[in-house]
Design a protein around this ligand. Structure first.
Ligand SMILES: Nc1ncnc2c1ncn2[C@@H]1O[C@H](COP(=O)(O)OP(=O)(O)OP(=O)(O)O)[C@@H](O)[C@H]1O
Ligand SMILES: [Mg+2]
Length: 568
């Protein structure tokens, strides 16, 4: 295992050392009691069965009760405390991952699939917990047992112990060979599982579209993934079983050898029957412990790949709180020769645009022309651009991203509603807002429909029965911006799902409320541009026209063409 993986384990568990110590104590108690049991068999046979002594019988029974109690206490500590430690560590780990995801650089999500990220954060984390649990309950405990029992065996009859040791190199070879195989298949299995989750995730979130098309193709794609998963599970279990059974064959061959050789020595009078049974009892415990131990060790081989997958999430490039605080626009926004290339696609090209504080501009253009991309640069949702974007003369990248987002509000095309109360869905815009303020914002966004909901602000959104229509969702999104009351506002087709009348009412509110604010309005509805001072027309990632409505009409260019088409 690599150093970074050890470091991860250390960081994950180090604060729990008192509890881990307690659990290890449990392991020691349990193992010690088992070793004691193997030891005491000699006295049972020689003193009670052969010598027939009453006093020793009573004494031995007490010793046995003592051993059994110690074993039970150990069993409890080990089986309860290790998992509790692991569950605590997992809780912390899940939170860490969650933070890493919500603080990730936006560009990261353009390269990674959500399904993969989800499976790394769910099934890999759980698997990590399971393996750690094996380390505690199997590996640590059984290691102590093996050490204790070997001590008893050597003490009882070291010659016979040497015979048993012949089996060890065979065990080691089997361990290594099948362990490597399993490691490989365990990683492949996780990958298959991840594509399975990814596919389900896509199907479920797009179920309505899925239903409208032929299911045959979906099924074909799914069956391939499913078949793959099955094959890998099968391979995985095959290697595990072959491995375990080879361990058993080797171990029981050694036991047969011991019975033969030990029997000879009893006949010759070199050892007592007590020695023999104590040894045999020890060997049986040992074989069992070795099996459990080796199963644990095989599982351990899967630890490294699982940690690698978790570390990938923990190492997602993060947005950091650094740079100058953006306190709000004082003078102007300036796009200075801005271009953007994503995966070889030229999405924006040589954009030069000046927006004065308090100015209201409209960005129009055909679908896919780059309008959304252009504005997403401002709240640092896109950072890979070339050229300069200056806010009051300072490059945008010099500002702290969080301060930018505090001052820039954006109602985007994709409305985000999460599965919680309406109140929480609004509070994300301003966590300290009062109910009264929430209601006012809803009214401004013309979201009056919520007042008819039985539980009003406490209504849980997104659940069955309270699904919202597209226009309703948009109005909740708009209410957020009234709450947030930012300095620079971006409306990216924010009212596209509303009927014309409601849309105009909302626009009136926006005009009234954000009178002195800088506003960028992206829209396909040319009627709305009456509220702006200037219009920018984008085509294929370039600004092709710019001016007031009258200027552009006079120019009889792209805008004029749009206007004539839309008024027909
Ligand atoms: N994450 C991305 N990776 C690669 N290309 C992208 C990405 N996001 C957008 N694009 C591409 O950039 C171009 C501009 O997209 P953008 O969303 O800015 O268009 P738009 O003008 O807002 O269109 P619409 O009116 O449909 O909303 C499109 O060709 C789109 O395919
Ligand atoms: Mg868009």
């Amino acid at each position: 295992m690599e150093r970074k993986n050890f470091k991860f384990l250390w960081q994950t568990y180090r604060s729990y050392w008192p509890l881990i110590l307690l659990a290890v104590l449990g392991s020691v108690l349990e193992s010690g009691a088992l070793a004691g049991l193997a030891y005491i068999i000699k006295n049972v046979v020689d003193d009670v069965f052969v010598a027939k002594s009453y006093e020793k019988l009573v004494f031995i029974v007490f010793v046995l009760i003592g051993l059994a109690s110690a074993k039970q206490v150990g069993f409890f500590l080990k089986n309860f405390v290790y998992p509790v430690v692991i569950f605590r560590a997992l809780r912390v780990l899940r939170e860490k991952i969650y933070r890493r995801i919500i603080n990730a650089l936006p560009s990261f999500f353009r390269k990674t699939s959500p399904g993969d990220l989800i499976s790394r954060s769910t099934s890999d984390v759980e698997r990590f917990g399971e393996i750690c649990s094996t380390i505690g309950t199997n590996i640590i405990t059984e290691t102590f047992t093996v050490i204790g029992i070997i001590g008893v065996l050597i003490y009882r009859d070291w010659k016979m112990f040497l015979i048993f040791m012949f089996a060890v190199p065979f065990l080691a070879v089997a361990l290594n060979f099948f362990g490597e195989k399993r490691k490989k298949y365990s990683r492949k299995l996780q990958e298959s599982f991840s594509s399975y989750i990814q596919h389900l995730n896509q199907i479920i979130s797009g179920i309505e579209v899925v239903k409208l098309f032929k299911k045959k193709i979906f099924l074909r794609v799914f069956n391939k993934i499913n078949q793959n998963l099955y094959q890998r599970q099968k391979k995985n279990i095959l290697y595990e079983t072959v491995y375990l059974s080879s361990v058993e064959v080797i171990a029981y061959t050694a036991t047969a050898g011991i019975i033969f050789y030990g029997g000879l020595r009893i006949i010759k009078g070199e050892i007592t029957p007590g020695d023999f049974f104590s040894f045999l009892g020890g060997v049986l415990i040992l074989v069992n412990s070795l099996q459990v131990l080796q199963r644990g060790l095989v599982n351990l081989k899967a630890l490294s790949p699982v940690i690698d997958r978790i570390l990938f999430v923990l190492n997602i490039p993060q947005e950091e709180e650094k740079g100058v605080r953006f306190e709000g626009l004082k003078k102007e926004i300036l796009y200075d020769n801005v271009s953007l290339n994503i995966d070889g696609n030229q999405i924006l090209k040589d954009i030069n645009l000046r927006i004065k504080k308090g100015e209201k501009i409209a960005v129009i253009g055909q679908t896919g022309s780059g309008k959304s991309t252009l504005v997403k640069i401002l709240p640092a949702l896109i950072t890979e651009y070339e050229g300069k974007v200056l806010l009051d003369g300072t490059e945008l990248k010099e500002y702290s991203v969080f301060s930018l987002r505090d001052k820039i509000g954006m109602v985007s095309q994709d409305v985000f509603i999460f599965n919680d109360t309406l109140r929480n869905n609004l509070l994300i815009a301003r966590p300290d807002a009062t109910d009264q303020e929430l209601i006012e914002a809803l009214k401004k966004a013309k979201a009056d429909f919520v007042f008819e909901l039985e539980e009003c602000l406490d209504t849980v959104l997104g659940e069955k029965g309270s699904r919202l229509s597209g226009g309703e969702r948009q109005r909740i999104s708009l209410a957020r911006i009234f709450l947030k009351d930012p300095d620079i506002l971006i409306f990216d087709e924010a009212t596209s799902a509303l009927d014309v009348e409601t849309e105009e009412l909302v626009m009136e509110e926006i005009k009234k409320h954000f009178i002195n604010k800088t506003v960028i309005l992206i829209t396909h509805r040319l009627k709305l541009i009456d509220i702006v001072d200037r219009i920018v027309v984008v085509e294929n990632g370039q600004i092709v026209e710019e001016g007031t409505k009258d200027q552009l009409i006079e120019k009889k260019g792209v805008f004029y063409r749009f206007l004539t088409i839309s008024s027909n």
